[in-house]
Design a protein around this ligand. Structure first.
Ligand SMILES: C[S@@+](CC[C@H](N)C(=O)[O-])C[C@H]1O[C@@H](n2cnc3c(N)ncnc32)[C@H](O)[C@@H]1O
Length: 243
């Protein structure tokens, strides 16, 4: 497990706590008017909980990192947070589900298949599962951003540096430079071994699952326009429907 989700969980919170208000509006619209209860597998520290709660949703999150679960519970929202593996869980039945920021890239291809089976058991018929998964993201192109809030200032960088297409794995590199705040002066670099998905392998994985892949949206553009199923990139939102 990455130390970003353990000893550095506070740094994760600082780096990924960007404004998600328009994304929350969009997710609520895509989940549909009849959606009241939402499951977030790999919920981390609960970044999405309050924005979704403010829009009337009841959230259950699961994560296998005790540090992230503790931070998610400490947010003081009404969300139920369960320490569990998103490839093997049973926490009830929900109207919809979300999984942002390539979280599913942490699962191997076999674990992803188990995850989709568990998700199908956890969703009502007709439920939408909105998940963000990188498809053939460009190699060596770093995403760079800076977060400055509550006395913390962090300069962040994330890139996919290498991959083994036949094994379906790739190496993501991250670098976080803390310019101000409790960890001022610290620089953390990490290598994350993630799954590599192409349009073909992802389409085959969904076809072998209980879900139907109904749409792809561009998570990097305002308005999140719908794209062709052959779209590639690091921030695609995929819409799956549980028949
Ligand atoms: C990129 S973070 C995303 C967190 C949150 N969804 C968000 O949008 O901020 C990925 C999360 O997935 C969790 N995770 C990774 N593998 C997992 C697994 N097999 N089961 C449950 N959680 C897992 C990590 O602990 C981490 O909190």
């Amino acid at each position: 497990m990455s130390d970003l989700y353990t000893e550095l969980a506070d740094l994760y919170d600082a780096v990924f706590e960007w404004d998600v208000e328009t994304e929350a509006d969009w997710l609520v619209e895509r989940l549909g008017a009849s959606c009241r209860t939402v499951l977030e597998p790999g919920c981390g520290s609960g970044r999405m909980f309050a924005p979704l709660e403010r829009r009337g949703l009841v959230i259950t999150g699961i994560d296998n990192s005790p540090a992230m679960v503790a931070r998610a519970r400490a947010r003081g929202t009404h969300a139920t947070v369960v320490l569990a593996d998103m490839a093997d869980f049973d926490v009830g039945v929900f109207h919809g589900a979300i999984c942002p920021i390539n979280t599913l890239g942490h699962l191997s291809h076999d674990e992803l298949a188990a995850h989709l089976r568990a998700m199908a058991r956890a969703l009502v018929p007709g439920a939408h599962y909105l998940l963000q998964l990188a498809i053939d993201a460009p190699l060596g192109e770093a995403s760079r951003w800076e977060i400055e809030r509550d006395g913390q200032h962090v300069r962040a960088q994330w890139s996919v540096e290498s991959r083994d297409a036949s094994a379906g794995v790739e190496s993501h590199h991250s670098r976080f430079e803390v310019l101000a705040g409790p960890r001022a002066g610290e620089v953390h670099t990490q290598v994350h071994e993630m799954s590599f998905w192409t349009t073909e392998t992802w389409a085959a994985a969904v076809a072998a699952s209980p879900f139907v892949w109904t749409a792809v949206y561009d998570g990097a553009s305002p308005g999140r326009p719908q794209l062709d199923f052959t779209a590639t990139g690091g921030l695609l939102w995929h819409e799956l429907v549980r028949p």
